[in-house]
Design a protein around this ligand. Sequence first.
Ligand code: NDP
Ligand code: 2IT
Length: 447
Amino acid sequence: MFKNAYLNGVMETVIKRNPAEPEFHQAVREVLESLEPVIEAHPEYEKAGLIERLVEPERVITFRVPWVDDKGNVQVNRGFRVQFNSAIGPYKGGLRFHPSVYLGIIKFLGFEQIFKNSLTGLPIGGGKGGSDFDPKGKSDNEVMKFCQSFMTELSKHIGADTDVPAGDIGVGGREIGYMYGQYKRLRNEFTGVLTGKGLTYGGSLARTEATGYGLCYFTDEMLKDAGKSFEGATVVISGSGNVAIYATEKATALGGKVVALSDSNGYIYDKNGVDLAAIKQLKEVERKRIKEYVNIHPEAEYHEGCSGIWTIPCDIALPCATQNEINKESAEILVKNGCFAVAEGANMPSTPEAVEVFQSGGVLFGPAKAANAGGVATSALEMSQNSMRYSWTFEEVDAKLHDIMVNIYRNSRDAAAEYGMAGNFVAGANIAGFKKVADAMMAHGIV
Ligand code: NDP
Ligand code: 2IT
């Protein structure tokens, strides 16, 4: 597998110790591959058992989440919080509510979050949580009941200086509001224990937009470096949730034409460029399916199934739905159709085989840890504002976000070049993110 025997041993242990968690193995393997030259250059890491410690979460919490649905039936879900690494700051990372959630998904996300958070340059450690609860088709009352029960247990393990959750798939402003209300009630304290809060109770301006905008700022910088831009480019974006919507908004503002969006049932193709106001109304307000778009725009097409979206010819592809949504075959079609840039808004949306196709096909490829770090970076800015009991303007937060994304791109590019892998932003992001965490872990001794 790896040339380095130490890393081989660590990977074998990860597989043995975490059976039946393929997404976690996938995320670890990618990082360890990138770190090979760093490990070779720093034998002190092996001596300190640094990588063995890095791949083992500091703490894993699983809990029962009982609640009563609108029909009076008792429902039981499973809750998770993985506190992966606190070397450089309090655990920080989102909560995902989706029926596919199990420990392996939360561990892959928590592991990636360590390096992503480090890349932001802000003092936040890595964590992730969630539940197999499916908010789809539930009433507001049911979502509230679930969130209150979930927070009743979670509140024992988090805190503004300990662990600060936020949103992810299935967790947006509504869910954060219910969870914040329950935390405040249980603890009788008004602190910045969650981010992505509403603007009336400590939320940051531009947090809603941050992941999608940040993705486009990163992509724009990567394109500029290659003498290209969004101007006049055809863009395909998967998903139609928080990240996809604000990526569409910024990509359009930068001169691109977004022609497709999707949800877990299918995708729409609007060759005139999608009508974002209609999408926001459908998805953010009415919580309807994307296929309803063609009722408003009959000239657009709707297709069942998710992967077909990658057959639409485009210059830039921004996967913003979920993990492993682009496989080798889809990647080959994108390359064949002339796509010159792919940047990941979702976490790990490209399979390792797809990444290989992009990189060997000369496509500019921005990996998730770097490209979608704008969300958590702005969460950290929300924490700063909460600590100061102060709020910055939208323009102030947006300007900081822009600078952070440009720096992430440049640091990833430079780290790749330093280790002889110029243009490989996967390796560059992993190495740049790892360095700060490794230094802090070395300073802390064997803990
Ligand atoms: P949302 O819940 O707002 O939207 C998710 C979107 O992806 C929906 O359109 C959803 O469709 C689709 N989707 C979810 N699961 C699947 C699936 N299994 N197959 C196909 N489509 C699916 O989530 P976000 O926009 O917040 O998150 C999207 C991605 O971005 C995730 O990978 C998340 O981890 C990542 N991310 C999010 C950040 C944030 O700040 N929110 C920050 C960084 C990364 P449907 O409605 O049908 O389920
Ligand atoms: O994957 C991610 O970075 C997020 N879902 C955002 C986490 C956060 O704490 O804002």
